[in-house]
Design a protein around this ligand. Structure first.
Ligand code: UFG
Length: 344
């Protein structure tokens, strides 16, 4: 069984390649390396002792897509490739809509033309209408009212794929809504390697721990939460990766469109994360409390029961393991895959 992984060199993509190879799938990876490094794929090979084919190309490149589908019998596609920075999406909305929507459309068209009809899409909890519903978020909860263009691209991509699935009874689409992926492969060989200043909490904390940043800014301590700081559903990236293997199995057995949360169902506050990371690393994380970040919600965590029942998947790894593996990756690779970068 052969799986095409778009965005395969990225953070979640590379960890998913490990899980797929370990589950004995043949993997073909595709990535334009605009926000990732081919070194991650070399390390996936080192972890698994298995090889995979790699195509350096954008998913918007229709010729490249045709070339891959013409030369391989792809059974299922996992589509990770896309722009993903929330803040940047508000500065460059047209680039975000163009890239994230055009690539999904090009991919689904190429799949249809080549008779490949199973697609797993990398969606996000950001599609939930978090300002009007309360956690835990179940898949049936209201969506939309997104706070930024990035979130809308996830929302719109889900709809495009839902319509594609409705148009052809052979199509199987699984929209996976991720909560907050953190952690790394326990080998410390692959992990999250953001370019520039990290936007997300865990990479920021781990860069403070390794001495690349001075201190953490905690965005607000006056939310209506257990300690006033924002609460999120952090999930170990290897649990997330294994969720994709389950989604591939699901797509083999079902047609139509399905949506599943990938989260743990447990919410932790920013200060709880800081404390857990300090414990796992033995490094003190200096922080200051600042204003709230625009667009942030107080509390966001999943109801993971549908995934447990229908996808036969539950997150197994706890916060201690998430922090331990993040630290193991960061301390072994203080500057990520490519050493000191010029934008640091
Ligand atoms: N936070 C800080 N300081 C930082 C970074 C974050 O205090 O330097 C706080 C935030 O205010 C929030 C929490 O840490 O309370 C988590 O923030 P992240 O930026 O790590 O994650 P978000 O929940 O804001 O967003 C993430 C992904 C999005 C995705 C969303 C889905 O970045 O891509 O989860 O819920 F859409």
């Amino acid at each position: 069984m052969t799986i095409l992984v778009t965005g395969g060199a990225g953070y979640i993509g590379s960890h998913t390649c490990v899980s797929l190879l370990e589950s004995r799938y043949t993997v073909v990876a595709m990535d334009d390396l605009s926000n990732s490094s081919e070194e991650s794929l070399r390390r996936v090979g080192k972890i698994t002792g298995k090889s995979m084919e790699f195509f350096k190309a954008s998913v918007q490149d229709e010729d490249a897509l045709s070339g891959i589908f013409d030369s391989h019998k792809i059974d299922c596609v996992i589509h990770f490739a896309g722009f993903k920075a929330v803040g940047e999406s508000t500065q460059k909305p047209l680039e975000y809509y163009e890239n994230n929507l055009a690539s999904t459309i090009a991919l689904a068209k190429a799949m249809s033309e080549h008779g490949c009809k199973r697609l797993i899409f990398s969606s996000s909890a950001t599609v939930y209408d978090g300002r009007n519903i309360v956690a835990p978020f179940a898949e049936s909860a209201r969506t939309g009212n997104c706070t930024n263009p990035y979130g809308w691209t996830k929302f719109m991509n889900e709809q495009i794929l839902r319509d594609w699935a409705a148009s052809d009874p052979e199509v199987s689409v699984v929209n996976l809504r991720y909560f907050n992926p953190i952690g790394a492969h326990p080998s410390g060989l692959i992990g999250e390697d953001p370019r520039g200043i990290p936007n997300n909490l865990m990479p920021y904390i781990s860069q403070v721990a390794v001495g690349r940043r001075d201190h953490l800014s905690v965005y607000g301590d006056d939310y209506d939460t257990k300690d006033g700081t924002g609460v999120r559903d952090y999930i170990h990236v290897m649990d997330l990766a294994e969720g994709h293997v389950k989604a591939v199995e699901y797509a083999m057995e079902h047609t139509g469109e399905a949506v599943f949360n990938l989260g743990t169902g447990t919410g932790y506050s920013v200060l709880e994360i800081v404390k857990a990371f300090e414990k796992a690393s033995g490094v003190k994380i200096p922080y200051v409390i600042t204003d709230r970040r625009p667009g942030d919600l107080a509390e966001l965590y999943s109801d993971p029961s549908k995934s447990a029942e229908q996808l036969h998947w539950t997150a197994k790894r706890g916060l201690e393991e998430m922090c331990r593996d993040t630290w193991n990756w960061q301390k072994n690779n203080p500057n990520g895959y490519e050493g000191q970068r010029k934008d640091d």
